[in-house]
Design a binder for this molecule. Structure first.
Ligand code: FES
Length: 66
């Protein structure tokens, strides 16, 4: 599924960036990692990126707490 239409990348590429320890978990850093350094155009995809960062952080926190 495509996350961004302006600088197209998929949910798989987003998941890969989230799992990459060298990428900071901020929307702007994730976006750059997924697009090879591009900046968002319309910004429509930023909410989805934020939601996925939150889900990733919750999952990481829960795994660390076990
Ligand atoms: S849909 Fe991602 S910047 Fe427009």
């Amino acid at each position: 599924m495509y996350i961004c239409m302006c600088n197209p990348f998929t949910d798989k590429e987003l998941d890969s960036a989230l799992k990459n320890d060298n990428v900071r978990k901020r929307p702007s850093d994730i976006y750059k990692a997924c697009t090879g350094g591009e900046k968002p155009c319309c910004g429509t995809c930023i909410c989805e990126i934020r939601d996925r960062i939150c889900a990733h952080n919750e999952e990481t926190f829960l795994l660390a707490a076990e």
